[in-house]
Ligand binder design. Sequence first.
Ligand SMILES: *Cc1c(COP(=O)(O)O)cnc(C)c1O
Length: 350
Amino acid sequence: MSRFLASRLASLEAYVPGEQPQDQPYIKLNTNESPFPPSPGVIKAISQTETSRLNLYSDPESKRLVEALAAHYGVGADNVFVSNGSDDILNFCFWGFCQDGAVFPEISYGFYEVFANLHGVPFEKLPMNPDFSIDPLAYHNAGRAVVLANPNAQTGLALSLSAIEGIVRSNPAHVVVVDEAYVDFGGESAVELTKRYDNLIVAMTFSKSRSLAGARLGFAIGPAELIADLKKLQYSTNPYNLNRLTQLAGIAALEDQDYYDKASQRIQATRHRVRQALLQLGFTCTDSRSNFVLASSPRIAGGVLYQKLKERGILVRHFSDPRIENYVRITIGTDAQMDALLEAVRALLP
Ligand SMILES: *Cc1c(COP(=O)(O)O)cnc(C)c1O
């Protein structure tokens, strides 16, 4: 740290993303990326013609992309906000809507805590049941903003739409942010509720189910007034938040929805198969609705399993949080990748 950094930032602990090692090829099952490339339409859209226009700024409103998203999700264009990854949206929500503080589950997306600290938002992490399920009633009348990933990060467990609605309805004086990064792998989306409640923001991303993690494209759906607030924060930080190529990629991805639906079905089928295999090997494994599972074996510690798999060229994610330190989070890849994982796990178990 230099002597110039503002003192209020001195103690800030930054988010630590999953490893992206360049030293050797790995079977990468650690950052919940899609194992499938973007659809053919996306690859075509990022054309030489568009590349030759990179001397010009992109459309700060991302008008065509916003209209395509509005049509896709059945909302108005003024109900859609697009951003440089959905992390940007979460950042803005903590910055703009958490004046009275925030609550989120004790195990969830690690970035929530980082954003809360960045913006000086007091927060409380609410305990979960021993099986990692969340009691929705714990979020009723919270007296501050509520931030929930649904399906939840790290566990993959999902709350029902009626549970989400109960939380939104009981917190009329505060914003409820539902982070649906994984919704396309078997969750229930709360987008319809945004038409009836003025305090609900749904954040989504093209990074997981739409194979565009490297393009950085997130979006939020919500009531027009909340969306206008997000735009105000965007225009106060980075008006050209989406580059030209990403805007085109997003539009093309929406036109190829069939491709992504099939990819998501494949991932869900593979997830089912991998979970069954892990259960048979004596693992505890969450009943995930996302593109990963959280698994733990009484025969090998989470940190050891992570390290030994890495030595065999397979990357999974291990968290040092004591409640899940004996687990590893395994992204669902292709069938061939998961066969390699299961074979390695079988060989490693003592
Ligand atoms: C991956 C992820 C995000 C971030 O997505 P980007 O659009 O890549 O910034 C947000 N929330 C959760 C829960 C995620 O897992």
